[in-house]
Design a protein around this ligand. Structure first.
Ligand code: OGA
Ligand code: MN
Length: 256
């Protein structure tokens, strides 16, 4: 029997599904993974680490091909999103976020007139248990995208982001001019409560000149092509939390 676990953010007791995170190499002994207990979730079937089938990616892949971006509410069960939010919120309160910049390497600089978010990079070598679970899900997605779209995605870089009230990110694409490894942007929103009046939508520009606005509500997960899809973040009225990452291919220098 395992003790029931309550979510640190909403304090609700979690339900009946066990998720056992697979072990990871090079992990400090004190950070070994524990068994977690989460809500059952309708999308969950049998036969994977979290008990799901891969069919759930097919619509995402379809939209990615059709229009360069895709959105779903059911990428992760609410309890996992809740725990990610709790972790991000704690780090935020501890002052661990830094102003995000634009560009890379020598070209990197903070330009708050272009983007005003604060970020906390995840360390791949020492993931927390909930980061490990998120990475495991992204890994399943990576394999599905490689298989169905013949991509050569090899890595995932990821950070928490907070847009404080009034902060924004001007219309842009995610691929750097100086480095072309970023292929697919993956954004998971974390705020459990969010209304239309809170603003902070992700605005996606379609090639026909139309726009789609996506509200950053907990559990909403967006994929977009990093090289082509223009998007912007409209200013929120409340602090807006997300996990933002990029599936990358190998840098050019490493290609054979
Ligand atoms: C980014 C970005 C979108 C969002 O960080 O590059 O565009 O909705 N984020 O947070
Ligand atoms: Mn972006």
């Amino acid at each position: 029997m395992s003790p029931s676990v309550s979510c640190p953010s909403c304090h609700k007791q979690k339900g009946s599904l066990f998720i056992i995170a697979p072990p990871v190499k090079r992990i400090a002994p004190h950070k070994r993974f524990r068994t977690m207990r989460y809500n059952t979730w309708p999308m969950w079937g049998k036969g994977s680490a979290t008990g799901r089938s891969e069919d759930r990616f097919s619509l995402l892949v379809h939209h990615l091909i059709e229009r360069g971006w895709a959105v779903t509410e059911s990428f992760l069960p609410p309890a996992i999103v809740c725990e990610l939010f709790a972790e991000a919120y704690d780090l935020w309160r501890q002052g661990r976020f830094r102003p995000a910049g634009i560009g890379r390497g020598a070209h990197y600089h903070v330009r708050s007139e272009i983007r005003g978010d604060m970020i906390f990079w995840w360390d791949e070598e020492t993931p927390t248990p909930i980061q490990h679970i998120y990475r495991a899900e992204i890994e399943r997605l990576r394999l599905a995208l490689n298989e169905t779209l013949f991509l050569s995605l090899v890595e995932f870089e990821v950070h928490y982001a907070v847009f404080p009230p009034g902060a924004f990110y001007q219309r842009h694409r995610d691929r750097f001019r100086t480095a072309d490894e970023r292929m697919i942007s993956c954004i998971l929103y974390l705020n459990p409560v969010w209304s239309d009046e809170d603003g902070g939508a992700l605005r996606i520009y379609d090639s026909q000149g139309t726009t789609s606005d996506i509200l950053p509500r907990a559990g909403t997960f967006v994929l977009l092509r990093s090289d082509t899809v223009e998007h912007e973040v409209l200013p929120p009225r409340r602090s807006r939390f997300s996990v933002t990452g990029w599936l990358r291919r190998r840098p050019r220098g490493f290609r054979i």
